[in-house]
Design a protein around this ligand. Sequence first.
Ligand code: KG4
Ligand code: ZN
Length: 386
Amino acid sequence: MNIINSLMFGYYITLGCFLEVWCQGLFFLFFDVMILGNMIILAIETSCDETSASVLKAGSKKLELLSNVVSSQINIHAVYGGVVPEVAARQHVHNILPVIDEALKTAKIKPAKIDLLAVVPGPGLITSLMVGVETAKSLSFAWQKPLLEVNHMYGHIAGNFLQPIVFPAICLVVSGGHTEIVHLKNYQTYKKIGQTVDDASGEAYDKVAKLLNLGYPGGPKVSAEADKFTLLSKEGVGGGLPRIKLPRPMLNSGDFNFSFSGLKTAVLYATQKMTKKELLERTPEICFEFQEATIEVLTKKTLTAAKQFKAKTILMAGGVAANKRLREQLREMSEANGFAFSVPEFKLCTDNAAMIAIASYYLSQNKKTPLDNWQKIKVDPNWELA
Ligand code: KG4
Ligand code: ZN
């Protein structure tokens, strides 16, 4: 196999030879980008339970995704009701080289044509991150290509950057491990202005799904149940408004922080009073109300932030951004208040390497980003967005 041969070869290169070719590699990178304006990026993402590799052709005027291969482990973890870190890491080891091979083949790109490698050292599951990072470092050494580290959450935000964005912008970042509001001055300069004080919104979706025996991952399941309630209401069956009323935590807290653990507990208390039959019948109604409560807090706080920071655009990113109702609501509220709105297409919302490739392109355009320190890149499972 191509990659294995390359890896073996890489280990035997002498340091002197390595340094010489390394400098040449950097020279060609800058030549290509400065003169031709084109850059081929191979990105790797293994932060949780998706093994992914993507090839991006980046020019100053156009970003073109040549491939985005995602090998999901959902079926493996579903039987445990959530991601088992040890199992996830073993699967990444199994999948990583075939996934990279497929990404290169689909893109019709040979390793020699790659200008830049990108990888995620955090945040995420430490053992999963290690597989991606060590693979990327080995390829960087073997192929003599610069390697850039990308924060996973910045990667989610960059999923929006395939099209030009009008700044300043406010981004609602909603995933399984994070819920944050980020203020962006431009593609590379950003600051987190609020976050959850306990559970992330995706985590709350997953926990509510578990309480209601809907399976894993909970987001799409809870959302599908909520849709059933909407449909029944439209047909005049099931009564229009939900009878259960859940809290809107921290809606008026005066800051941009969130809390979702109380909302999940409120669902627990409400369901404890129900018989099995009632619980089964009322699952769509509970999911609907849970989703409405979550969306109301997320959208209202994002809108307030956009107004306060005089943003021109509202962005959304992360796995929960794949939620149809949340996308509709935030788009409607943004446009009604004069903001442009952007959310990545569905497959770029949940974990994927294409968003990491896009992010690395924008980071590489910042002269301060180091491109020659692959040896210093280390996993950091708690890497916070600045
Ligand atoms: O960003 P992501 O793929 O992984 C992390 O970085 O965490 O997000 C995964 C989260 C899970 O909690 C999953 O339940 C949630 O995103 N999710 C959704 C939907 N699709 C995925 N939540 C609500 N509605 C969805 N359609
Ligand atoms: Zn993610």
